[in-house]
Design a protein around this ligand. Structure first.
Ligand code: TPP
Ligand code: MG
Length: 569
């Protein structure tokens, strides 16, 4: 019989305790009658800090941004109306491999068992619709009962952390205050150890392939960040002098000042030296690579025949599939097994483009804007970007220790505003820069108020170009459906917090931009830059034009006269 010490605890208190033990220090969300009891427990115990948001969608984005820096995030909402508002963000976490725990305060078990119709339901005697909805976009789901709470709480938290995916937990409102018997020992977040034989054979096979190759290389996708394996990748690349390219979603996962860093791989849209390093390699170690349009140069990617595919928990090498191995352990074992290489010729990075030295009084262009902002970056910055011309940040050469947070695969516009609240909460001592367009900002703008309320000090770079410029590159260059309402963006800090100390700038010229960039970071800085709707970075226009071909096909209307924003000739 087990003699491990146990104690009595209320289910809600135990849940909060487990979250805290798993490293979650903040809970995002919106209250409702079905989760107020948990919020009261949070308040009484003082375990986690509550970060109330304006909307559940933004709370889900915030938990995602928080989890990317913290390793795990959590959000609580009320039954159905709150949960379904958050489902877009949770599905995004699923797509982007981010571990978020969604706690839906749900209708009392009493109502379920007795068939009592309740508000926030479809009033048709069903109780499982929302559990069912979340089953499609989470790695695990459970409705807690006093009987299963102990095992389900641990299962869901551990699944989120181990799989790097979101989970959905329903906490019926009438059980949070019931006592259960729980272990006194803390929850340990540990990966199950690899099978020793599989690990050894897998590492030996990888080491053999890499050592025998003339021009081996490594391709890094975002799972390398999620599984915390970037240091191992750099150590291996350093020891064998291998070029390391990343996908867009993995930008900055490998320090861009690392000598072996070879740029962003995206099929034919890559820089030539990056494409060469990957496609002309005779053995590629691919780490979590997920080809989609945006990571494969619209399906022009062509990986070498000898591509080793390693993922979080398994590896494919030729015909062999290795299970029961973890990415970090595999990499560590490969590092031990490979020889030190000192004489591999390296490809030179392209020289930085020469500055355009724009005339200070000239109207601000995208080219001058991105050049000036590049000079503003500091080591350690957290950069967030949304969809749109702000994708230009993928062309930045980043100083050391920067982090990029973006939803490149899921691509839900407005994500970055909620995510910014999350990253600010997770890492308050770093500088956080948000790059966003007016259209994306209008989706989730109200969460700026939460940042002001919590005295956060990000720098927000908003491009006011009258609408959806990136979409104009797909279709509807001058169409009204790509126009949006004109807001006084720079006035919003004052609207959202009348006593704000935020510094706001409306930038129309290069000189205006330079004065905004010289503002100190002791408070929130809001830089609204007014630019032409038809001005966009060439890379963004090319990718939109290509996207239209894929999306609408040869019979689509994108080829009509003046239908698409196109690169300047
Ligand atoms: C939730 C959601 N709705 C719609 C879209 C389609 N969409 C992608 S980018 C974009 C326009 C972004 O415009 P803006 O933020 O102003 O950027 P700009 O290109 O003008 O700099 C839209 C509507 C999306 N990705 N996500
Ligand atoms: Mg815009």
């Amino acid at each position: 019989m087990s003699t491990s010490p146990s104690q009595r605890m209320k289910i809600g208190d135990f849940l909060l305790r487990r979250l805290e033990e798993a490293g979650v220090r903040h809970l995002f969300g919106v209250p409702g009658d079905f989760n107020l009891e948990l919020l009261q427990q949070l308040d009484d115990a003082g375990r986690l800090r509550w970060v109330g948001t304006c909307s559940e969608l933004n709370a889900s984005y915030a938990a995602d941004g928080y989890a990317r820096l913290n390793g795990l995030g959590a959000v609580t909402v009320t039954n159905a109306v709150g949960a379904l508002s958050a489902i877009n963000g949770i599905a995004g976490s699923y797509a982007e491999h981010v571990p978020v725990i969604l706690i839906a305060g749900s209708i009392p078990l009493r109502s379920v068992e007795r068939g009592l119709g309740m508000h926030h339901t479809t009033a048709d005697g069903t109780w499982d619709r929302f559990l069912g909805a979340f089953a499609h976009v989470t790695a695990a789901q459970a409705r807690l009962t006093p009987h299963n709470a102990l095992t389900e709480i641990d299962r869901l938290i551990l699944t989120a952390w181990r799989e790097k995916l979101p989970v959905y937990m329903e906490l019926p409102s009438d059980i949070a205050y019931l006592d259960i018997e729980v272990p006194a020992a803390p929850l340990m977040l540990e990966e199950p150890p690899s099978d020793p034989e599989r690990l050894q054979s897998c590492a030996a096979a990888i080491a053999g392939h890499l050592s025998d190759a003339r021009s081996p290389a490594i391709l890094v996708d975002e799972d390398v960040d999620r599984y915390g394996a970037a240091a191992e990748v750099m150590q291996l690349a350093g020891k064998m002098q291998l070029p390391v390219a990343v996908t867009g979603p993995a930008k900055a996962v490998i320090d861009e000042t690392f000598p072996q860093y070879a740029g962003i791989y995206n099929g034919k849209a890559s820089e030539p030296r990056t494409r060469e390093a990957i496609e002309e390699s005779d053995c590629l170690l691919s780490l979590g690579y997920r080809p989609i349009d945006g990571t494969s140069g619209d399906f022009t990617a062509s990986l070498p025949a000898d591509t080793i595919r390693a993922r979080g928990h398994s590896v494919d090498i030729g015909e062999d599939n290795y299970q029961a191995v973890t990415l970090k352990q595999v990499l560590r074992s490969v590092i031990d097994a490979v020889p030190q290489v000192t004489n591999r010729p390296t490809r030179q990075a392209a020289a930085a483009p020469a500055g355009t030295h724009a005339d200070g009084s000239a109207k601000l262009t995208q080219a001058a804007y991105w050049e000036a902002v590049q000079g503003y970056l500091r080591p350690g910055d957290v950069l967030l970007t949304d969809n749109g011309t702000s994708y230009a940040i993928f062309g930045f050469r980043l100083p050391p220790n920067c982090t990029v947070v973006a939803s490149v695969i899921w691509g839900s516009i407005g994500y970055s505003v909620g995510a910014l609240l999350g990253t600010l909460t997770a890492a308050p001592d770093r500088r956080h820069l948000l790059f966003i367009g007016d259209g994306s900002f209008q989706e989730t703008a109200q969460e700026l108020s939460t940042m002001l309320r919590n005295d956060c000090k990000p720098v927000i770079f908003l491009i006011n170009n009258g609408g959806y410029t990136i979409e104009r590159g797909y279709m509807g260059k001058t169409a009204h459906y790509n126009d949006i309402a004109t807001w006084a963006y720079a006035d919003l800090p004052k609207v959202f917090r009348p006593d704000t100390t935020a510094r706001s700038f409306v930038v129309k010229t290069v000189a205006d931009l330079h004065s905004a960039l010289s503002a100190p970071n002791d408070t929130l800085v809001f830089v609204e830059s007014v630019m032409d709707p038809f001005d966009a970075p060439a890379a963004v226009i090319h990718s939109s034009n290509n996207g239209a071909e894929l999306d609408y096909g040869p019979r689509g209307p994108q080829h009509r006269e003046n239908m698409q924003l196109q690169p300047a000739t």
